[in-house]
Design a protein around this ligand. Structure first.
Ligand SMILES: NC(=O)c1ccc[n+]([C@@H]2O[C@H](COP(=O)([O-])OP(=O)(O)OC[C@H]3O[C@@H](n4cnc5c(N)ncnc54)[C@H](O)[C@@H]3O)[C@@H](O)[C@H]2O)c1
Length: 239
C-alpha cells in the first residue's frame, strides 16, 4: 500500500519503520515544517493516510482526507469533543474513518477486561474505584484519551458513577482519574477497586511505542478499500 503520514513525530517515525518492514511505501510525510504539502492532490497519491498530529489540527486533516477520497487512520487524542462532527462529515463525504484512543492490541483486550470487571462490580458499593495514568512529560492532553475510553467503559457499567474528574475524589457519583507526567513513560493505565478487606488492581503497561505503531499500520491495512466508520473492535472481532 502507499501510505501518507500526517504527523511525523514520535509516532509517525515509529509507524514509518513498521510500515516499511511490512512492505508498504511512504509516499507523503507531513509535519509542522511542510503544511503546504498537505493537499488533496498529494493525498490522492496514497491509498490510505495515518494521522498522528495535534488536537488543534486533527479534525481539519480528517476533512481533507475525506475530500481526497482516501481512508484515514486517526491516532491524535485530545480533540474528541469534535468526534460527532467528524463522524457526520465522514458519512456526508462518503469517507473512511478509523479512530481509536489506543492502537495497542493488548490495550484493546484490556478495554474489554475493564468493562467486564466494572460489570461485576456494578452493585458492590463496598469498593471505591480510582484510575491512574502515567505518561511522558511531552504529552499535551490529560487525562489521556485512553484513560477517557477506560472511564467511559466504567461509567457505562456502574450506574452509580455519573462522570469522571481529573483528580482524586471522595464523591460516590464521580470516578477519579489521576494523571502523572514523568520521564519517557510510553503509557501506563491502572484501575483499582479498594474495600476494607481487599484490593483489586488491573494494569496495562506499554513497554514502548512499537505496539501502538504496529496497531496503526494494521488499522491502515484493514481500512484499505473500506468505507464508513471503522473501529478496533471490528478489526479484532471483540464483541
Ligand atoms: N491513538 C493512539 O494509540 C496514540 C498513541 C500515541 C500517541 N497518540 C496521540 O497522537 C498524537 C501525536 O503523538 P506523538 O507522540 O507522535 O507526538 P509528537 O509531538 O512527537 O508528534 C506530533 C507531530 O505532528 C506534527 N504536527 C503538529 N501540528 C501539525 C499540523 N498542523 N499539521 C501537520 N503536522 C503537524 C509535528 O510536527 C510532529 O511531527 C498525540 O495526540 C498523542 O496523544 C495516540
Amino acid at each position: 500500500m502507499k501510505i501518507a503520514l500526517i504527523g511525523y513525530g514520535k509516532m509517525g517515525k515509529e509507524i514509518e519503520k513498521i510500515a516499511i518492514d511490512r512492505g508498504h511505501e511512504i509516499v507523503l510525510k507531513i509535519d509542522i515544517t511542510n503544511p503546504e504539502d498537505l493537499t488533496i492532490a498529494n493525498l490522492q497519491k496514497a491509498d490510505v493516510a495515518i494521522e498522528f498530529t495535534m488536537p488543534s489540527s486533527a479534525a481539519s486533516n480528517y476533512k481533507l482526507c475525506f475530500e481526497a477520497g482516501i481512508p484515514v487512520v486517526s491516532g491524535t487524542t485530545g480533540w474528541l469533543e469534535r468526534l460527532p462532527e467528524v463522524h457526520q462529515l465522514c458519512k456526508t463525504l462518503n469517507g473512511t474513518f478509523f479512530h481509536t484512543t489506543n492502537f495497542s492490541l493488548g490495550m484493546n483486550i484490556f478495554f474489554a477486561l475493564n468493562q467486564k470487571l466494572a460489570e461485576l462490580m456494578a452493585n458492590r458499593s463496598e469498593y471505591t474505584i480510582e484510575m491512574k495514568e502515567i505518561h511522558h512529560t511531552q504529552k499535551l492532553d490529560a487525562p489521556s484519551g485512553t484513560a477517557i475510553t477506560l472511564a467511559e467503559g466504567i461509567l457505562k457499567n456502574i450506574p452509580q458513577k455519573k462522570s469522571w474528574v481529573n483528580h482524586s475524589t471522595s464523591q460516590t457519583d464521580e470516578l477519579g482519574i489521576i494523571s502523572v507526567r514523568e520521564g519517557q513513560v510510553p503509557g501506563t493505565h491502572s484501575i483499582n477497586y479498594d474495600s476494607e478487606v481487599d484490593y483489586i488492581e488491573i494494569t496495562h503497561c506499554a513497554k514502548s511505542r512499537k505496539g501502538l505503531a504496529f496497531g496503526a499500520v494494521l488499522a491502515a491495512e484493514y481500512s484499505f478499500e473500506k468505507k464508513g466508520i471503522l473501529s478496533m473492535n471490528d478489526m479484532l472481532n471483540i464483541k
